[in-house]
Write a protein that binds this ligand. Structure first.
Ligand code: TLP
Length: 344
C-alpha cells in the first residue's frame, strides 16, 4: 500500500537507500572530543559553502537558532525579529527561557523587513531601555510562505546593523531553497550575517541535523553552549554522513520541489473560494486561506487524510503545504484532485 502523500512539512523526508549506505559506511569517533572525522568533514564543508571561518554540527534548527541567540547576547538584551519568525513563534519560548532576552517584533511583508523598520526599532542609548544587540532574519521565511529574502534588503539591514554595532543572525533553515530559486550563492547571503544556521533535515532527506557557521571565536563560544544545552553528540558521524550526502546530491533537485509547489498553487487558485496568489509561491511552501469555503482548516485536514493526503492547518482557515524530496509530480496531481473534491 502506498504511504500518505505527506505535505505537512519538508521535515518529513526520509533517507534514501543511497544515503543510508553512506551513513552505514561513515567513519566515526567521539565528537565531544572533536574526533569524529565525518562530523569534522561536514563542518569544514558547510563553513566553506557559507564562506565562514568555522561551523558546528548541532541536532536541530531550533538548537541552532537558540545557540546563536545565546552566544550573541546577554540576559536583558533585546533582539529585533519579524513577528511571524520561527524563533519567536515556534521554539517554545526558548530565547526567554535559555538566554533571558526579549524580542522586539516587527511586522514584515510576508516575513520580509526593510532597513528603515530596523532603524525605528533600535533603542536609544538610555538606561531606561534594554540594549538592542541582535537582528534575526529568516531566509526563506517559513510563515511568510517560503519567501526569499531579497538580497538588497539583507545587505541594507546588515550595513545598517554594522554601522550601529549590532549583530545579525540568519536563520537559513531553508537557505538552500532560497539559493536554488534565486541563483544567489549561499555564501553571498551568508556574508551579510555574523552567524548563519542551516538545516540538513528539511527537504534534503537527512534524518537529523543543523549547522551554525561564523567566525572561529564565535563558533568556539557556541561550542561551550552546545555542551551546556546538551547538544554535544558522540559518534555523530553516522548522521553527519547523511548531511554530506544531502548537500552533494539533494540541493539542485530542490528546483523540482519549487516547480511542484507552483503547480499545486496554480491548481488551488482555480478552486472557487480558495484565496492564494501563485505569484507569492517562490519556493516549496504554499499558504492559502479557505475562509470563503465555510470549512475550517482542521476539517479539511481530516477530509484530506481520508483521501490519502496529509496537510498542516496554519490557523483557523489557513493551510500550509510543503513540497519536498518524497513528493512527486504525480503526487501533486493526486493531491489537487482531492482538494477539488473536498473544497470545490
Ligand atoms: N520548522 C518546522 C516547524 O517547527 C514549524 C516546519 O515544519 O516548518 N527555522 C525555520 C525557519 C524552520 O522552519 C524550522 C522548522 C526551524 C528553524 C527549526 O528546525 P527544527 O525542527 O530542526 O528544530
Amino acid at each position: 500500500m502506498k504511504d500518505f502523500i505527506d505535505l505537512r512539512s519538508d521535515t518529513v523526508t526520509k533517507p534514501t537507500p543511497a544515503m543510508r549506505k553512506a551513513m552505514a559506511k561513515a567513519e566515526v569517533g567521539d565528537d565531544v572530543f572533536g574526533e569524529d572525522p565525518t562530523v569534522n568533514a561536514l563542518q569544514e564543508k558547510v563553513a566553506k559553502i557559507l564562506g565562514k571561518e568555522a561551523s558546528i554540527f548541532v541536532p536541530s534548527g531550533t538548537m541552532a537558532n537558540q545557540l546563536a541567540i545565546k552566544s550573541h547576547t546577554q540576559p536583558g538584551d533585546e533582539v529585533i525579529i519579524e513577528a511571524t519568525s520561527h524563533p519567536y513563534n515556534f521554539e517554545g519560548g526558548a530565547s526567554a527561557a535559555l538566554s533571558g532576552i526579549q524580542f522586539y517584533c516587527l511586522k514584515g511583508v510576508r516575513g520580509i523587513l526593510d532597513a528603515s523598520q530596523i532603524e525605528e526599532a533600535i533603542r536609544p542609548d538610555d538606561h531606561h531601555f534594554p540594549v538592542t544587540k541582535l537582528i534575526c532574519l529568516e531566509n526563506t521565511h517559513n510563515r511568510g510562505g517560503g519567501t526569499i529574502y531579497p538580497i538588497q534588503n539583507i545587505a541594507e539591514i546588515s550595513r545598517f546593523a554594522r554601522s550601529k554595532g549590532l549583530l545579525v543572525h540568519l536563520d537559513g533553515a531553508r537557505l538552500w531553497n532560497a539559493s536554488v530559486a534565486s541563483g544567489i550563492k549561499p555564501q553571498e547571503y551568508a556574508r551579510w550575517a555574523d552567524s548563519v544556521s542551516v538545516c540538513l533535515s528539511k527537504g534534503l532527506g537527512a534524518p537529523i541535523g543543523s549547522v551554525i557557521a561564523g567566525t572561529k571565536t564565535f563558533i568556539d563560544r557556541v561550542h561551550r553552549f552546545r555542551k551546556m544545552f546538551g547538544g554535544g553528540m558522540r559518534q555523530a558521524g553516522i548522521i553527519a554522513a547523511a548531511g554530506i550526502y544531502a548537500l552533494d546530491q539533494h540541493i539542485e533537485r530542490l528546483k523540482e520541489d519549487h516547480k511542484n509547489a507552483k503547480r499545486l498553487a496554480l491548481g488551488l487558485s482555480e478552486i472557487q473560494g480558495v484565496s492564494i496568489d501563485p505569484e507569492h509561491v517562490e519556493t516549496n511552501i504554499i499558504i492559502f486561506d479557505i475562509a470563503e469555503i465555510g470549512m475550517t482548516a482542521a476539517q479539511v485536514r481530516e477530509e484530506m487524510k481520508k483521501n490519502g493526503v496529509l496537510i498542516h492547518p496554519f490557523g483557523k482557515t489557513l493551510i500550509r503545504l510543503v513540497t519536498h524530496l518524497d513528493v512527486s509530480k504525480e503526487d501533486i496531481e493526486v493531491a489537487l484532485k482531492a482538494f477539488r473534491k473536498i473544497l470545490g
